[in-house]
Design a protein around this ligand. Structure first.
Ligand SMILES: C[S@@+](CC[C@H](N)C(=O)[O-])C[C@H]1O[C@@H](n2cnc3c(N)ncnc32)[C@H](O)[C@@H]1O
Length: 214
């Protein structure tokens, strides 16, 4: 099934990016080191996440994949990182000139580089509707080494009351996609959810942090 990415491109054009966390994600900082992740980290659906800079500062090689060229250009501009753009195997690659960072501008399902040591998924799995998520998980597994470290952050809430994205992803779905992954933290994050959650009367949205060490 092909994904319609136009709504995402429009959101970037309208600067309607309520998911973006200025300063990055606290869970990454708290749980990453316990994973003993190898050097090469994959960040699917990366947006303009400042977590990329944090991972670079931990000495990782970072590869992001993002469908919006605008998002990628904003990221490099805001972070004052110089870059070059090239076309490689049909994909547009933005490569930092002085840091081990590349962001590919494409539909994630067209990205096929393999051998990553670790996955950082914040607001990627939960950005996808149910009919795409299984494909996302198996595509991602094919890009990672078998013993790759994983850090995946999910949100679970009453999907009958409010539509995604972000979509509700239940624990059994996460453990089915990622054998050996374990819940390391969870909390009710409703206060950080967008207006549509509050307008629908949702009072509980459980943010969960899932990890699998290398
Ligand atoms: C909810 S945002 C999360 C961004 C980032 N992970 C963060 O934590 O800030 C999802 C991002 O995925 C991008 N995206 C959506 N579908 C995509 C696809 N099929 N391929 C690549 N990027 C996609 C969107 O443009 C958007 O920037």
């Amino acid at each position: 099934m092909q994904m319609d990415v136009r709504p995402w491109l429009e959101r970037w054009q309208q600067n309607n990016i309520g998911w973006h966390e200025p300063g990055g994600n606290r869970n990454l900082r708290e749980h990453w080191h316990a994973l003993r992740a190898g050097r090469r980290v994959l960040v699917p659906l990366c947006g303009k996440s400042e977590d990329i800079c944090w991972l670079l500062a931990q000495d990782h090689d970072v590869t992001g994949v993002e469908v919006s060229a605008l998002a990628i250009e904003i990221f490099f501009r805001e972070q004052s990182i110089d870059y070059l753009v090239s076309e490689e195997q049909g994909l547009t690659r933005y490569r930092a000139t002085e840091l081990p960072l590349s962001i590919y501008c494409c539909d994630y399902f067209d990205f096929h580089e393999q051998g990553f040591d670790a996955l950082y998924d914040r607001a990627a799995l939960v950005a996808l509707p149910p009919e795409i998520r299984e494909r996302y998980a198996s595509h991602t597994a094919g890009l990672l080494k078998a013993d790759a470290a994983l850090l995946v952050i999910t949100l679970a809430y009453d999907q009958a009351r409010v539509q995604g994205p972000p979509f509700s992803v239940l624990p059994e779905e996460v453990t089915a996609y990622w054998p050996g992954i374990e819940l390391v933290a969870s909390c009710n994050d409703i206060r950080n959810c967008s207006d549509k959650f509050h307008e629908a009367g949702v009072t509980e949205a459980i943010e969960s942090v899932w990890c699998r060490p290398a």
